[in-house]
Write a protein that binds this ligand. Structure first.
Ligand code: NAD
Length: 480
């Protein structure tokens, strides 16, 4: 059985306990490798390495940090196809998606923040009659980065890159469900001669390795992306130690579709925003709200398109919908479809596990599913399913659309489809979300603030927001 290892202080190592976790391939449902079941003692080793490396890394010129981070970006690019194949095998996502989105974006994350290191500046405030205040922004020290399984390398690098660019050293843990591209990243770090101890990658379970990162007294900040309940637990554990926390959590995003939109473009994008990555993107729209006058047409066209989507082997270039990430996750998704039925929902298409032939017969496949006839207060519309399941509902007025859109405890993202400029601005402002897309979806400019309100998180990633999170501001007041 193949095994991957931790990467601590520039070298590969086994977990101290010599305990291992099975890693499953979602396409086949079979175990294909083992990963370290790291514990607090491994996290402490990683911390010691990061702590030793902090002084030299934080004192490098930003142009030198730029150089090291660009080497990492180039190292991933050179092995692009291998990374894409590994992401697909580990996660179940179509390899074409990993090639087009996940791995290029991970490269961009390192490139973007390599540049940001050289562009970051701090503020000054002139005070009449006194003099000037200026803000020093220094790195925090050793920071922890914890990421989920849905966009494995994409989100892992989205945290690590700004932490490094700002001059911190890092202890990072990818999801135990999708560790493989983080392991390949360790190989790149070794091969490009990335300074030892600056980025340490430790594998293991959330309640063990993850919680040990959050509880380590020397780790100054936690950047976490994952579920809302895990976020709550991290606040309870790490918050009491006064660590800085950035929490990117769950979502239950609405799409608001007005009758005056560009219909064909809306329809095509709504299929994507519902089912890309098997619906396992925190930004997927899972509650589709459609203006009365086009509801029946939308329903017929949408269901017709979704019914034609084929679930297939993620390793094939032609596959658009692959496997969901794990057996428990597949069972959770299927259980929500049953909940929807018990709440009076009518399944318009999909609704079942998809069974593929041959060696894929034990894989974790779910048919893309559209459900109607549910109010916004039911569990199906209130709780995050995080799979290929959407509901459709109607509204008569913009006020009703907004009332329905805002009626969940989540507030990550929303999409609005309209050609009425004034309405687009008004609705965007009134939505209780951190991100609004108008007439598009998932368009990302890496300089913009990224994050949610309500139970979708605390803080913002992206651009200089992340650099500010990973630095401590100190005001210096000078009297003239
Ligand atoms: P999860 O919360 O189960 O796990 C995320 C990470 O946290 C994993 O690395 C896991 O090992 C670790 N972890 C688990 N328990 C922990 C603990 N007690 N202490 C410290 N770390 C712990 O989430 P998941 O199932 O991997 O990911 C799916 C969730 O992530 C969904 O809710 C989705 O909406 C959310 N998500 C949010 C965003 C965003 O930007 N807001 C992006 C992607 C995914």
């Amino acid at each position: 059985m193949d095994r991957i290892q931790n990467f601590i202080n520039g070298a590969f190592s086994d977990p101290i306990s010599n305990q291992w976790i099975d890693n499953y391939q979602p396409a086949t449902g079979k175990v294909y490798c083992e990963i370290p079941a790291s514990k607090a003692e491994d996290i402490d080793r990683a911390y010691q390495a990061a702590e030793s490396a902090f002084e030299s890394w934080s004192n490098l010129k930003s142009s030198e940090r730029f150089h090291h981070m660009m080497n990492v970006a180039n190292g991933i690019r050179e092995r692009m196809e291998e990374f894409a194949q590994a992401e697909s095998k580990d996660n179940g996502k179509p390899v074409s998606l990993a090639r087009a989105v996940d791995i290029p974006r991970a490269i961009s994350n390192f490139e973007f923040y390599a540049s940001a290191a050289t562009q970051f500046a701090s503020e000054s405030h002139y005070t009449e009659g006194l003099g000037i205040n200026y803000t020093l922004r220094r790195p925090l020290g050793v920071v922890g980065c914890i990421s989920p399984w849905n966009l494995p390398l994409y989100l892992f690098s989205w945290k690590i890159a700004p932490a490094l660019a700002a001059g911190n050293t890092v202890v990072a843990k990818p999801s135990e469900i999708t560790p493989m591209t983080a392991f390949l990243l360790s190989e790149v770090l070794r091969d490009v001669g990335f300074p030892k101890g600056v980025l340490n990658i430790v594998h293991g379970l959330g309640p063990d390795a993850g919680e040990s990162i959050c509880m380590h007294p020397g780790i100054k900040a936690i950047s976490f992306t994952g579920g809302t309940n895990t976020g709550k637990r991290i606040i309870e554990k790490a918050g009491t130690q006064f660590k800085k926390l950035s929490l990117e959590l769950g979502g239950k995003n609405p799409n608001l579709i007005f009758a005056d939109c560009d219909y064909d473009e809306m329809l095509k994008t709504t299929v994507q925003s519902s089912f890309a990555n098997q619906g396992q993107i925190c930004l997927c729209g899972s509650r589709i709200l459609v203006e009365d006058s086009i509801y029946e047409k939308f329903k017929a066209d949408f269901v017709s398109k979704v019914s034609k989507m084929e679930v297939g082997n993620p390793a094939l270039d032609t596959t658009k919908m692959g496997a969901v990430v794990s057996k428990p996750h597949m069972e959770k998704i299927l259980s929500y479809i049953e909940i929807a039925k018990s709440e009076g929902g009518e399944v318009l298409c999909g609704g079942r596990r998809a069974v593929l032939p041959g060696e894929l017969s034990e894989g974790y496949y779910v048919e893309p599913t559209v459900i109607e006839n549910l109010d916004q207060e039911c569990r199906t519309n209130q709780e995050e399913i995080f799979g290929p399941v959407v509901t459709i509902d109607r509204f008569a007025t913009p006020a009703e659309a907004l009332q329905k859109a805002n009626a969940t405890p989540y507030g990550l993202a929303a999409s609005v489809w309209t050609n009425d400029l004034k309405r687009a601005h008004r609705v965007a402002e009134a939505l209780h979300t951190g991100i609004v897309w108008v007439n598009c979806w998932l368009q990302r400019d890496l300089r913009t603030p990224f994050g949610g309100v309500k139970n979708s998180g605390v803080g913002r990633e992206g651009g200089f927001e992340a650099m500010q999170f990973f630095t401590e501001p100190k005001n210096v007041c000078i009297k003239y």
